[in-house]
Design a binder for this molecule. Structure first.
Ligand code: PHE
Length: 450
């Protein structure tokens, strides 16, 4: 087999994993999920899920990826040759591509908003209502979706090191600084305190079985879990690097980002009178309001922040999308021996087509519902509430019960024998073996019972 590329350092690996994790999931999906599912109580479940369920899945995927240095399908073939586990490998080739299809539509929306910001288009309050008109039109969103997918394809063609690594190292920290600035502004708007209260005062009566499942699904979505993406990225990490600290670092970064995004958006939602449960359009309606308010006192600064914000949000979306893309490309090049270019083109064709249907489901196809959902919502729910938890259970069961214990141990401890690393290993192994699979199963079942 051809020698595989590796991330240059642990910092680069964490940044690339964080680049995959931090994306529209944090900035676009998290705030609207919080708004639709009861605020603070949702956040508490989300935090618990991050530690008890997501971190173990993150570790399980990293262990499989790093120990084999192969993509999902190849890794399962190597670790469990000739068994049914190959289906998990195949499933996790398909699931990120399903996500990619609708993710690209939202990526396209952020391109549109970047263009709007370049013409200082947020300096008027009506811009908040323009979003509905935009997504329900046919050609604009389709063009934007195409532009987003094409950009991803170009980046992925250039390969892991040049394309992905360099890209994520610069944009992620910039986005972080910007979202903090926006948070500070948003929290000081008149009427913002109601939004802050909504985020910190839990009302557990709003917590239905479905809301719990949504919180857990959001945690998986945000950390790119259960679909082999983290597995694939971990396969590019060198043997000497410490996996656990990469996992904890990425998760902490991702959590912080989501919470800050919540505090950037929700106070402005309340200050502007937008409905918190407005759904997928929430940030695209709220941010223009924030920028138009900012423009009242400091028009140039607000214009510049808006441009920088949409540039970096677009980059955050791209670094996540290329990680989904890469999972499929790794399979097609390594297992099907396709050239990188052909693999990229094939995936482009498939995801673009499904994405077209998702995009149209906000406009001409909005009347078409499957099990009560639009095509977009159905794919999103299917991915985060079924594919991701299902993949998560299987990855943790595989590492906890099938892989040889010494191999798992050496991956978690990186061969260290100190007391601390033994304790950490025991806790993590317990979470992987029992807590994560049982917890996720319970949540899947509770959706139907509660
Ligand atoms: N975690 C990404 C985000 O928050 C989305 C993603 C899901 C990326 C699955 C890769 C795989 O935007």
């Amino acid at each position: 087999m051809a020698a595989r590329e590796h991330f240059g350092s642990r910092f680069a690996a964490v940044m690339a994993m964080a680049g995959s994790a931090i994306g529209l999931g944090n900035i676009w999906r998290f705030p609207y999920m919080v708004g639709q599912n009861g605020g603070a109580a949702f956040i508490i479940v989300y935090l618990l899920a991050a530690v008890l369920l997501s971190l173990p899945i993150f570790m399980a995927e990293s262990i499989i990826g790093r120990s084999t240095h192969q993509g999902t399908f190849g890794a399962m073939q190597t670790l469990a040759p000739g068994t049914k586990w190959k289906w998990l490998g195949l499933l996790t080739v398909a699931s990120p591509l399903i996500i990619m299809s609708y993710y690209s539509v939202v990526g396209g929306w952020s391109i549109e908003y970047l263009l709007k910001s370049l013409t200082f288009g947020f300096n008027k309050p009506e811009v908040a209502t323009e979003f509905g008109t935009f997504i329900s039109s046919t050609w604009g969103p389709l063009l934007a979706h195409t532009a987003f997918m094409a950009t991803c394809a170009l980046i992925v063609v250039f390969g892991v090191k040049k394309g992905i690594e360099n890209f994520s190292k610069i944009t992620t920290p910039v986005l972080f600084v910007l979202i903090v600035i926006i948070m500070v502004f948003s929290c000081t708007l008149p009427g913002a305190y109601k939004g802050i209260e909504y985020l910190v005062k839990p009302d557990f009566s709003a917590l239905t079985g479905e809301a719990v499942a949504m919180a857990v699904g959001q945690s998986f979505f945000s950390l790119s879990l259960g679909v082999g993406t983290i597995l694939t990225y971990a396969s590019y990490i060198k043997k000497e690097e410490n996996l656990l600290s990469a996992g904890i670092g990425t998760s902490a970064f991702d959590l912080l980002f989501a919470i800050i995004a919540g505090f950037a958006i929700m106070p402005a939602v309340f200050a502007s009178g937008i409905e918190p449960g407005a759904g997928p359009g929430l940030i695209f309606e709220t941010l223009p309001f924030i920028f138009s308010k900012m423009a009242g006192t400091m028009p140039v600064v607000s214009g510049i922040i808006a441009i920088l914000f949409f540039v970096t949000i677009l980059f955050a979306a791209l670094t996540s999308a290329i990680s989904m893309y890469e999972t499929g490309v790794a399979y097609l090049t390594e297992e099907r021996h396709m050239s990188r270019k052909a693999a990229v083109l094939l995936i482009f064709a498939g995801c673009w087509t499904v994405g077209v249907l998702c995009s149209l489901s906000f406009g001409p196809l909005s009347g078409f519902k499957l099990i009560g959902n639009s095509i977009f919502d159905l794919l999103d729910k299917f991915a985060s509430n079924i594919l991701m938890p299902f993949g998560g259970i299987l990855f943790t069961v595989f590492v906890g019960w099938i892989m040889p214990k010494p191999q798992v141990k050496s991956e978690i401890t990186s061969g260290k024998t100190t007391m601390a690393s033994q304790v950490v290993y025991s806790v993590m192994y317990f979470l992987i073996r029992f807590v994560a699979p049982v917890g996720i199963l319970a949540i899947i079942i509770s959706q139907f019972v509660l």
